[in-house]
Design a protein around this ligand. Structure first.
Ligand code: NAI
Ligand code: MG
Length: 807
């Protein structure tokens, strides 16, 4: 490095070092790691069913700091993936049936194994990925061990803390190269704790620590087939995603591939969690401690060479202090050290691969071309290997490429704001929503801003803090699902369902959906009807845009009324109304509860009328219709009860401070309801959504929509703010598709046929909205199936706000 020349004589004398106060190189030996690679003949197959497969067609593994080939690994074929899934399937029953305590012991043993081999793992990670040994040794590997210890605990507590839940089955996991071993731990630990077996594909750039991990699980005697590792590129990953024997996919990587996976799994019934890209804001207010801010920026964007999904890559500074902060930053950047990842004194190692280096260079050039000011320190990076200097952009337009696109390199863009409101608008001006840092000495301001930022993690006066006990994950195009903590465990368990003999029998009404007719308003000579209902949008009854209506018949085919046929335009109006009502999310839980109780009260007054209507439509019998109404009233009470009780948590993380896990409303939710229970099926979904502060666009039962249209009257007399519940009747699948495609809808719940599920999941990939789409048949009258925390979790995001304290 130019800023730290080593004298020609070699090592500087102590006296010289004292004079210059310069660092000397402090290289970590790679002997042990190279020896380990040698032991394997520098070539690896896969680890399947507890055995190493012989190497097949291989590709090179390269040390990006030296550009040298250090090993070769096998490119996994479809057959390899089939073999791995078969092994996982075979191992599943016994692993799942194991006592929780036994699984806890295995996880504990893995944690110990990681610690025992920590030096090998740290060096191997450095030479494979290019990240500095200081980070692999002090951050990656300790967090890996911590993750397995923490999840040994969840394994132990599984049957009591997740009572009524069970393993999902065989899990497919695909990870990126930026934190190879840590991402493996984030995936494998909760999967095993939940009683699942798995097939994991390491990233093609960085497979080596996963191979060392396979040795650890082998050493500790994990039953064969519980953990299977298949090497390979994107096609191998795609084979895992598409494999019918896989019950869940967990992916971390680019939003682009996340979108491909969302589409590939649509309609398959596979559970999915995605941790994708980000463009996280790092917000500095004018009362912040600027020296801490500077160190924070270093950790935010130059940690791991900026190849971090939650990197603080957008520095948003309050105008008055911008100049001072930029000057301080430049001075600090002059002193950063880029060089050999094995040198314990470097701050930044190598970029993972030439293709990533090219991508960074291109984006930086684009930034310059678009008129921003680029600044880099005066020293030069090593010429050999993949290095890139820390880079700072000022004069950046919020709409420019470098302000919007994830660069995934050591490049920081700076923008300014005047007021806190403006800072929030700027922070949220991105399709992503992974993380944010907020810097201010005012706790008042910090905790006011944190909930307003659309991000799954907010660090107050800190950045890039991770721990196994706190959930991590995004909003919007950063994906969905959480990793770590109790919230992460939910991704690896599913509700145990009792077998029901009648479950899949189609009802008469469902079969007759196709025969219900859409006709021009009042153009048909229908039997006398009491009224023609409208849609319910923005708190008012609204005529359908198309002026079409659908004739509703009972189970015997006799007309019982008409419902308006909503269209795309009606849905758009409803979404707009739901957006305008978002203040509902800030209403106190107590107030939301009051309104839900009041809705229940008004429904109770009209119970007979609703029961008669349900009976007329479904011919289910008087008693059963009455039961449905009574259960609907009770369900509203359930969520009135929950409205102020679904508490978040304060996670026990190893910092001086707190990590507050806050349950936040998801936002605007599209809800397409169950066909069978016209009232209860609707309220079982709408009530939890509304109780948690979401606003909704509801598509009621398609064959039996009239209980929903009758319900307008109940809503109108219940003090519910306009736009919180909007109801659009009509063709359920067509309307659901419009909702699922809509970029201003943040989540889509759908209950219907398998084709409908597929269409919703496919369409949701546009803005990566969260979906909860199922074709299972629920008995809504059953409290265990019809209500509870499962619904509340779907209605909320967990935001983890880290607040370190102390002087
Ligand atoms: P990538 O998303 O292609 O790779 C991540 C993993 O997905 C790898 O294991 C890869 O083999 C696998 N994969 C690729 N295509 C697949 C497919 N069709 N089906 C299943 N698995 C597939 O990311 P890549 O190409 O390494 O990096 C490109 C850009 O993505 C980076 O410049 C960065 O912007 C972003 N990225 C973001 C990450 C994050 O954590 N947010 C991590 C890695 C990359
Ligand atoms: Mg490599």
């Amino acid at each position: 490095m130019a800023m730290n020349p080593v004298p020609a004589s070699g090592v500087p004398s102590i006296a010289e070092i004292f004079k210059t106060m310069e660092y000397g190189p402090a290289p970590e030996s790679d002997r042990e790691a190279l020896g380990w690679l040698g032991k394997h003949g520098q070539v690896f197959g896969h680890y399947i069913g507890g055995k190493w497969t012989p190497p097949g067609r291989t590709f090179d593994v390269i040390n990006p700091a030296t550009a040298k080939v250090i090993a070769r690994v096998t490119d996994g074929t479809k057959d390899d993936v089939n073999a791995a899934v078969a092994a996982a399937k075979k191992a599943l029953p016994a692993w799942k049936a194991l006592a929780p305590h036994a699984r806890a012991r295995y996880l504990y043993a893995i944690a110990r194994g990681v610690q025992k081999h920590s030096r090998l793992l740290a060096v191997l990670e450095s030479i494979d990925n290019g990240k500095s040994i200081r980070e692999t040794r002090d951050i990656d590997v300790p967090l890996v061990a911590r993750h397995f210890y923490h999840h040994a605990g969840w394994a132990q507590l599984l049957d009591t803390e997740f009572a009524g839940y069970e393993a999902i089955g065989v899990v497919g996991q695909i990870i990126p190269w930026n934190f190879p071993l840590l991402m493996l731990a984030w995936k494998i630990a909760p999967a095993l704790a939940g009683g699942n077996t798995l097939v994991l594909k390491p990233a093609e750039f960085t497979p080596l620590t996963a191979m060392a991990f396979a040795e650890i699980v082998h050493e500790i005697g994990l039953p064969p087939g519980v953990v299977n590792l298949v090497n390979g590129h994107g096609e191998t990953g795609a084979a895992i995603v598409e494999h019918p024997g896989v019950d869940k996919i967990a992916f971390t990587g680019s939003t682009e591939v996340g979108r491909i996976i969302r589409k590939a799994t649509a309609g398959s019934g596979k559970k999915l969690s995605l941790e994708l890209g980000g463009k996280s804001p790092f917000i500095v207010y004018d009362d912040a401690d600027l020296d801490s801010v500077v160190e924070g920026v270093v950790d935010a964007i130059w940690f791991n060479q900026g190849q971090v999904c939650c990197a603080g890559s957008r520095l948003l500074v309050q105008e008055g202090i911008a100049e001072r902060l930029v000057a301080k930053l430049r001075a600090r950047m002059e002193k950063l050290r880029v060089g050999s990842p094995l040198d314990k004194a470097v701050d930044m190692g190598a970029i993972v691969a030439p293709v990533q280096l090219d991508r960074i260079r291109e984006l930086v050039q684009q930034g310059v071309d678009e008129g921003a000011t680029m600044w880099q320190p005066s020293w030069a990076c090593p010429a050999e290997g993949c290095f890139y200097p820390p880079t700072l952009f000022t004069d950046v337009q919020p709409s420019s490429t470098i302000a919007q696109v994830e660069i995934f390199g050591p490049v920081l863009v700076t923008m300014t704001f005047r007021t806190p409101e403006e800072s929030v608008a700027l922070a949220n001006n991105t399709p992503y929503g992974l993380a944010a840092s907020v810097w201010t000495e005012s706790i008042n301001l910090a905790l006011d801003i944190a909930p307003k930022i659309k991000a799954g993690v907010v660090w107050v006066n800190s950045t890039n803090l991770f721990d196994a006990a706190a959930g991590f994950g995004g909003y919007r195009e950063s994906g969905f699902g959480r990793e770590g903590g109790r919230e992460g465990m939910w991704e690896y368990v599913k509700k145990s369902r009792r077998e029901r003999r009648d479950a899949r029998k189609p009802t008469a009404a469902r079969q007759r959906i196709a025969s219900s007719q859409v006709s021009r308003l009042a153009s048909d000579a229908l039997p006398a009807i009491d009224r023609t209902p409208k849609l319910f949008i923005a708190g008012k009854q609204a005529r359908p845009d198309g002026a079409y209506t659908r004739r509703i018949v009972n189970a015997s085919g006799v007309p019982v009324g008409e419902a308006p046929e909503g269209n795309r335009k009606d849905i758009r109006n409803a979404v707009e109304a739901a957006h305008a009502a978002k203040g509902w999310g800030r209403a106190a839980g107590h107030n939301r509860a009051q309104i839900l109780y009041y809705i229940a009260e008004n429904l109770a007054v009209r119970a007979d009328e609703f029961a008669a209507r349900i009976e007329a439509m479904t011919e289910c019998g008087k008693k059963r219709a009455r039961q449905e109404v009574d259960a609907s009233i009770a369900r509203l009470f359930t969520y009135g009860a929950w409205a102020d009780k679904y508490d978040g948590a304060v996670h026990s993380v190893p910092i001086r401070g707190v990590a507050i896990a806050m349950n936040e409303p998801v936002g605007v939710i599209g809800i397409a309801c169950d066909d069978r229970y016209p009232l209860l099926g609707m309220l079982s979904l709408v009530a939890p959504a509304v109780a948690m502060g979401n606003t909704t666009i509801v598509v009621p039962s398609q064959p039996h929509p009239l209980a929903a249209t009758d319900f307008y009257g109940v809503l109108e007399t219940s003090d519910l703010p306009a736009g919180v519940i909007n109801i659009v009747t009509g063709d359920k699948d067509a309307l659901s598709k419009v909702l699922a495609e809509h970029d201003d809808v943040e989540a889509m719940w759908y209950r219907g046929g398998r084709e409908g599920v597929k269409a919703v999941e496919l369409a949701s990939a546009s803005n990566m909205k969260r979906t909860w789409a199922t074709w299972d048949d629920r008995d809504w009258l059953d409290r265990d199936e019809g209500e509870g925390r499962e619904f509340l979790r779907a209605a909320t995001h967990v935001k983890n706000i880290w607040v370190p304290y102390g002087e």
